[in-house]
Design a protein around this ligand. Structure first.
Ligand code: SF4
Length: 74
């Protein structure tokens, strides 16, 4: 199922620097495939989109976990 953030997501709208082939692969895998595995989606849905760093790519799940952990303990 497509991600509901497609319209506004900087990654999906090519505002983030990424090799276009890889970008396309991620879009298929996450944005148009399984958004629940996307690091940006995870942070945004659990904490809010203001917590999503501008350089967080969909495959950076480890970084997403760190952000969640850091913000839970505060
Ligand atoms: S990068 Fe993540 S949050 Fe952005 S549109 Fe794709 S699945 Fe949604």
């Amino acid at each position: 199922m497509k991600c509901e953030n497609l319209d506004k997501c900087p990654f999906y709208n090519d505002k983030m620097n990424i090799n276009s082939g890889l970008g396309l692969m991620y879009k298929r895998k996450y944005c148009e495939g399984d958004k629940t595995k996307c690091a940006r989606y995870i942070v945004s849905s659990k904490l809010g989109k203001e917590f999503v760093p501008s350089n967080l790519y969909p495959n950076m799940n480890k970084k997403a976990e760190e952000i969640l952990k850091d913000n839970k303990s505060k």
